[in-house]
Write a protein that binds this ligand. Structure first.
Ligand SMILES: NC(=O)c1ccc[n+]([C@@H]2O[C@H](COP(=O)([O-])OP(=O)(O)OC[C@H]3O[C@@H](n4cnc5c(N)ncnc54)[C@H](O)[C@@H]3O)[C@@H](O)[C@H]2O)c1
Length: 262
């Protein structure tokens, strides 16, 4: 049985949970690190001996030390990290978005990713095992929309990914990111929005014409975690149904060539 283990922050829900399913199906162990311990435990039970659930806050470095100890106590090697934890931001104008609101989102996505990389990357260096880290960026980190703090946080996650990839290359640690488009998870419909979200604008802006499934994002993350991507580090792979490629088409009336007006 393999000793390889990946920690998945925010692993109890959405994309993180899909990653846990994908990597355990491939024979790897997983440590599900999430604020929501009940959900993490429930998910871990699906995977039997191949999973453990840790109640962890990505803003508490000590929680990563505890998670690392729990992984090592099982005799596993910590050679993977996926940083999915984070809270959604409902679009707001600057007048309605305080500095405290801004800092809360930035901390959750940027500081939380930094803490995870620093602590788990530190363990990978210490053990000499090397490893692969995958951070969750977003298309809004590449194509800004009205998400004042979330977009800048994801742009910074892309930048941080490049910095760490270069710093840690000599330790055999690869660091990459994925930039999902709109994906069908609880994140897409935060309670704060109140009521069902109209997904029509998202579907219209996405050439594939649909929201994405968490398992589709998890498949790309699994590739980046695995030796199949051994030559890849410091990149951000969009998993966006064509959203970024299609942005310019709005000026020509949309995605159909029949409707294009040069
Ligand atoms: N769903 C999308 O459309 C989408 C698109 C682009 C990027 N992303 C990114 O993908 C990642 C995962 O999103 P998702 O859609 O799976 O969200 P989700 O809401 O389904 O899951 C997020 C998980 O993170 C956990 N979490 C939140 N704060 C935490 C903290 N401080 N410490 C530990 N755990 C914490 C939550 O408990 C939850 O289980 C996020 O970084 C998000 O920004 C999502």
């Amino acid at each position: 049985m393999t000793k390889s283990c990946a920690i998945v922050t925010g692993g109890a829900s959405g994309i993180g949970a899909a990653v846990c399913r994908r990597i355990t199906a491939a024979g790897r162990n997983v440590a599900i690190f999430d604020l929501n311990q009940d959900a993490a435990k429930e998910l871990a039970a699906e995977f039997g001996d191949a999973a453990l659930a840790v109640r962890g806050n990505v803003l508490q470095e000590d929680d990563f030390a505890g998670a690392t100890d729990a992984v090592l106590a099982r005799g596993w090697t910590l050679d993977g990290l996926v940083c999915c934890a984070g809270i959604p931001q409902v679009p707001k104008a600057t007048a309605d978005f305080s500095l405290a609101d801004f800092n809360r989102i930035l901390e959750s996505h940027l500081s939380g990713t930094y803490a995870a990389c620093r602590m788990i990357g530190g363990q990978m260096r210490k053990s000499g095992a090397g490893g692969s880290i995958v951070n969750l960026a977003s298309v809004v980190g590449l194509a800004p929309g009205p998400t004042l703090a979330y977009g800048p946080a994801k742009a910074a996650v892309i930048n941080l990914t490049q910095i760490l990839a270069v710093e840690w290359a000599r330790h055999g640690i690869r660091v990459n990111a994925v930039a999902p488009g709109w994906t069908d998870t609880p994140f897409l419909r935060p309670a704060e929005r109140k009521g069902e979200r109209d997904l029509t604008p998202i579907i219209k802006a996405t050439p594939l014409g649909r929201v994405l499934e968490p398992a589709e994002i998890a498949e790309v993350i699994h590739f980046l975690l695995s030796p199949a991507s051994s030559a890849v580090t410091g990149v951000t792979i969009p998993c966006d149904g064509g959203f970024l490629a299609g942005r310019g088409w709005a000026a020509y009336g949309g995605f159909s060539l029949d409707e294009a007006r040069p």
